[in-house]
Design a protein around this ligand. Structure first.
Ligand code: SF4
Ligand code: SF4
Length: 371
């Protein structure tokens, strides 16, 4: 069951009502006596109106609800890819929201290993201790586009439980969209999230998840199943869910316990709330036939034509080094004669982590035969 609750503005009482309705209508569990971890999307230090992070009012509403329903402890945490968590938590308003509602901020650098024995590709993850030890893990995603995954919602939001820069190692290990999506599915198996409440009051369209544009959607959505929620939410903004690698895998492999044909919705009608003009990340038709059969030297020019590569723009670059720090392939460096970093395209795995973290939109994703 996926609930869609109308919520057109960030007014605390309005958001609290919508979150409570979304929780109850979707049949989310009773938190009474439980330790709950709320996991918002805190990609980087960004003000709430940029729609990069989960809005602090959605977090406040979720904390209030957990406390009102008798939760023993309410923890909040996330781990941005490269910035100190305290910086991102402060700029996004999520730390203030946590304190205002009397919840505890969890240190996501304190990590433990958890097993996922039925995982397809990954059977052990190192995650924040708070995520491993909570009775209920609740994903609080923002509905956004994503340059690598096309869409980010409840499932991809869970990747933030991997501490800090350790996330880069997963990009290197699973460089392709399909492999990375498969890892996300295994992480869902390992964490067993109890529920999700999605902030789709204002989402992000265009080149997300960092440099897109805020767009009014007017919904709070909820579900006990991350795949069901992302299936409905991605459809709402115009994707075919089977184009999104982790949804495709989850729907095709019984180990993930997801039956796309059995999804039901309540509240607002998804047909009437469809976002016809939403600007999606273009879905690539990379030809697996050639990728799997051609030698890499022959496939490279074709890859440049088919798969966008990051192009660094000198003028807007403020030389913050965020892209260099996060690049899992060690493909970036400042060189003489250029303001922005230079890319070694032979090393670049097209993970777009650089694009994801650049604070000034100085990285374009472009296709072309030549460098
Ligand atoms: S340059 Fe950017 S896209 Fe290429 S590997 Fe590094 S972070 Fe990923
Ligand atoms: S391209 Fe962006 S992330 Fe990289 S150094 Fe320049 S401003 Fe920073």
């Amino acid at each position: 069951m996926v609930s869609l609750i109308d919520c057109k503005r960030y007014e605390l009482d309005v958001v609290c009502n919508a979150v409570e309705q979304a929780w109850d209508t979707a049949g989310c569990p009773n938190p009474s006596g439980k330790t709950v971890l709320l996991k918002p999307n805190m990609l980087r230090a960004a003000a709430p109106e940029l729609a990069v992070t989960t809005h602090p009012f959605v977090l406040r509403a979720a904390i209030r609800l957990m406390k009102a329903r008798g939760a023993k402890r309410v923890l909040v945490g996330d781990s941005p890819g490269w910035q100190p968590p305290a910086l991102a938590a402060s700029a996004s308003g999520l730390m203030e929201a946590t304190k205002a509602e009397g919840a505890e901020w969890a240190d996501f650098n304190d990590s433990v290993s958890i097993d996922s024995p039925s995982g397809l590709r990954v059977r052990r993850f190192t995650v924040a201790r708070a995520a491993a030890e909570a009775d209920l893990v609740v994903s609080l995603p923002k509905l956004k586009t994503h340059s690598l995954m096309y869409f980010t919602g409840a499932a991809k939001n869970l990747f933030g439980v991997i501490p800090g820069i350790q996330k880069s190692a997963f990009h290197l290990r699973f460089p392709g969209r399909e492999e990375f999506g498969s890892m996300i599915c295994d992480l869902v198996l390992a964490l067993k999230p109890a529920a999700s409440i999605m902030d789709a009051v204002v989402g992000m369209e265009g080149p997300g998840p960092n440099n897109g544009q805020p767009v009014d959607i007017g919904l709070i959505m909820g579900s006990t199943n991350v795949f069901e929620l992302d299936w409905v939410a991605s459809s709402l903004v115009g994707y075919k869910p089977m184009e999104i690698s982790y949804l495709h895998l989850a729907a095709s492999d019984t180990r993930y316990g997801f039956d796309a044909g059995a999804i039901s919705t309540s509240g607002e009608n998804p047909q009437t709330r469809h976002m016809h003009t939403f600007k999606r990340v273009e879905v690539l038709k990379e030809n697996d036939f050639f990728r799997k059969r051609m030698p890499s030297w022959a496939y490279k020019p074709l890859k440049n034509l088919l798969v966008p590569r990051p192009v660094f723009l000198n003028k807007p670059c403020i030389r913050c080094s965020a892209c260099i720090k996060i690049c899992p392939a060690d493909a970036l460096a400042f060189t003489a004669g250029r303001n922005a970093p230079a890319v070694d395209y032979d090393k670049c795995i097209r993970c777009y982590c650089c694009h994801e973290v650049c604070p000034v939109d100085a990285i374009a994703l472009k296709r072309g035969l030549f460098r």
